[in-house]
Design a protein around this ligand. Structure first.
Ligand SMILES: [Zn+2]
Length: 347
């Protein structure tokens, strides 16, 4: 009976060969059976240990991961109430000679937890905060740091932050004092950080931060995770320009091997019962190429449906993207198609 099974070319693994059972053992039926039993036990053990590993890496719990000698990522930080289906953005911790640079500061209330994690890896003080964009799950901790900490953002992000309650009134002193339009370099040598703005996408002020000495780029929510992107039109985001912006980033950023994504989890479901599984937060540069292709093909499909006179609902239902995107979270797909329709109308 194992004959047809092991010789079925559609099966990726030839069980008998994987166990080192040669054809000369054909007559010894018991030995392969025993080996099969051993294999099953091994698979079960592997499955259990994988479950334990993912339980240890609960993506909602604040944790710090080492990426390089002087670079860490603080992951986790789930919101409460209306933010309960949100896990904070990643906080990148770059330890320079002058002090610690934080890229993004999670949801409000997590500054103390971030600082505890920073203190577990360096005695240096936080001297600079760079926010990749305006959203509260990336800027929430800003106002809990001393006002002497230098805050840096793209200029449009400063304008967007000024509209947030968190930065109004007396808190306007926490608004960024240093901004850039297209490009700015901070620090030098091992500490160099190149800040870029490539155009509208998630918002109209998404910064890409490149750490040349480490060959790493921090993408914020321009690449939050593998999903149909969240496009925040209220803060100048654009579904149609999204793939163009990513293509400009691909062309404009050189000598980078790895990317830190905006988030370190995927959300399954919504609301208080939402579940989260780990994603990233360190992915390969090639993943950005794939994501760029995904957004381009997504927009092209939506525009083709619009041209063919389909409704938004039909466009979503009939969208056929290559199988390599099958694991992408499509929760935002309807909103994104809607955005493509509205933006394309006014062109
Ligand atoms: Zn965001």
């Amino acid at each position: 009976m194992p004959k047809t099974r092991t010789e079925n070319p559609r099966r990726g693994i030839n069980v008998r060969n994987a166990l080192g059972v040669g054809p000369q053992r054909h007559k010894e039926m018991l030995a392969p059976m025993k080996r099969l039993a051993v294999l099953i036990v091994l698979i079960l053990v592997a499955t259990v240990s994988m479950a334990v590993t993912s339980a240890q890496r609960d993506p909602t719990v604040i944790d710090i991961q080492k990426v390089a000698n002087n670079l860490y990522v603080v992951t986790g930080g789930r919101g409460t109430g209306t933010s309960s289906n949100t896990v904070s953005g990643c906080t990148t911790v770059f330890i320079t000679n002058a002090g610690v640079v934080l890229i993004d500061t999670k949801l409000p209330g997590f500054a103390g937890a971030i600082l505890d994690k920073v203190k577990s890896v360096t005695p240096k003080p936080v001297t600079t905060i760079i926010n990749t964009h305006t959203h509260g799950d990336h800027t929430g901790g800003n106002t809990d740091f001393p006002r002497t900490v230098e805050v840096v953002t793209q200029a449009n992000t400063k304008a967007n932050m000024a509209k947030m309650d968190a930065f109004k009134g007396q808190n306007d002193g926490f608004l960024p004092r240093k901004t850039f339009t297209d490009r700015m370099t901070l620090g030098s040598g091992q500490d160099q950080m190149d800040l870029f703005y490539f155009g509208r996408g998630h918002t109209n002020g998404d910064a890409v931060i490149v750490l040349p000495a480490l060959r790493i780029a921090v993408l914020g929510d321009l690449f939050a995770r593998k999903w149909a992107p969240l496009v925040d039109a209220g803060n100048g985001g654009s579904a149609v320009e999204y793939p163009q912006t990513l293509a400009k980033a691909m062309a404009g950023v050189k000598n980078v091997d790895s990317i830190i994504t905006g988030h370190s989890s995927r959300t399954i479901g919504s609301g208080a019962t939402a579940k989260f599984e780990p994603f990233g937060p360190v992915v390969k540069w090639a993943d950005l190429q794939e994501y760029t292709d995904f957004t381009r093909e997504f927009v092209a499909s939506a525009q083709a449906s619009m041209k063919a006179g389909r409704t938004v609902e039909q466009a979503v239902a009939e969208m056929k993207l290559p199988a390599k995107y099958k694991d992408y979270d499509m929760a935002n797909a309807r909103n994104d198609v809607q955005r493509v329709y509205e933006e394309s109308k006014t062109r």
